[in-house]
Design a protein. Structure first.
Length: 285
């Protein structure tokens, strides 16, 4: 399932837990790890802006090279050394690379060059990275938080096709040996249904949404799974359920929540969940 894993580390922050999870997953799936250290272009741009206007282009270029050298030293002496200790000690093949650019752009470029089954990364709200890759890539994204127990919370709803999440949740539960919990959220903020193609329907009545929810529960019961039906905001109900079970991993699918409420733009549902949920999340794109 996860034979080739890419771990992007931004120069903006470093979460060591992603390496520990990488070791764990590689042991289960016999994976190869690619570690990419990204020197954020905005760091270099800010340096350029702060440079004295009387400095020559040569001086500015030397300053930029010095910043890059310092980041490469950090990558070699801290990031890659940590990776070597964890991966080499567990006989897990990996390679590391330093790349300049913008976080999401670099990752998408790596996906174009190589076939990866999983993006394993940390998340930091305060660093203000552009996480648009949440909505722009098809590869599953595992955001590691370092919290939680050996249990999986699979989240389905009226806002998603609910095809990949049950399938992957069942497989991961068996392979990892983690207990599986599944919820179906009727999102009362966005009363539509989403078909297999990801297209939103016209507005539905609560009765119609309940009927679809009960049908999903029936289908899962035939597979031996018990599903808890909940009503409310998708994000809030997910975070609450994750807290209740102390989820080691929350699995979320292609939820197509509306982009505006009362004409006001809202954040991507995935980014919002990453900000609100303190447990690890697997976005099944």
């Amino acid at each position: 399932m996860f034979k080739n894993i890419i771990i992007p580390i931004s120069s903006e922050f470093y979460r060591k837990e992603v390496f520990q999870t990488g070791v764990f997953l590689a042991g289960k799936f016999n994976s190869t790890i690619s570690l990419i250290y990204i020197i954020e272009e905005k760091t270099l741009d800010q340096t350029e802006k702060r440079s004295n206007s009387f400095r020559t282009d040569f001086d500015k270029e030397e300053t930029k090279k010095d910043i890059i050298r310092r980041h490469v030293h950090v990558a070699d002496s801290i990031i890659f050394e940590d990776a070597k200790r964890l991966f080499a000690d567990n006989n897990i093949p990996f390679h590391g690379e330093v790349v300049e650019g913008e976080f999401s752009t670099v990752i998408k470029g790596q996906l174009d060059k190589n076939r990866y089954d999983l993006i394993l990364m940390g998340f930091e709200k305060k660093c203000m990275l552009n996480y648009r890759l949440f909505d722009e890539v098809q590869v599953p994204i595992w955001i590691e938080s370092g919290c939680g127990d050996n249990s999986i919370l699979a989240v389905c709803s009226n806002l998603a096709p609910n095809q990949k999440v049950p399938e992957m949740s069942i497989k991961l539960s068996k392979i990892l040996g983690w207990k599986l919990h599944m919820i179906y959220v009727i999102d009362t903020e966005d009363a539509v249904t989403v078909g297999s193609s990801g297209i939103r329907s016209e507005r539905k009545s609560e009765r119609e949404l309940l009927t679809q929810g009960h049908q999903f529960m029936y289908e899962m019961e035939k597979k031996g799974l018990t599903v808890t039906l909940q009503k409310g905001s998708l994000g809030k109900e997910t975070a609450k359920a994750a807290e209740d079970i102390g989820a080691g991993l929350v699995i979320i699918g292609r939820e197509q929540k509306k982009k505006h409420i009362l004409g006001i733009p809202i954040k991507s549902v995935k980014k919002k969940m990453a900000e609100k949920c303190r447990y690890s999340i697997l976005f099944v794109n």
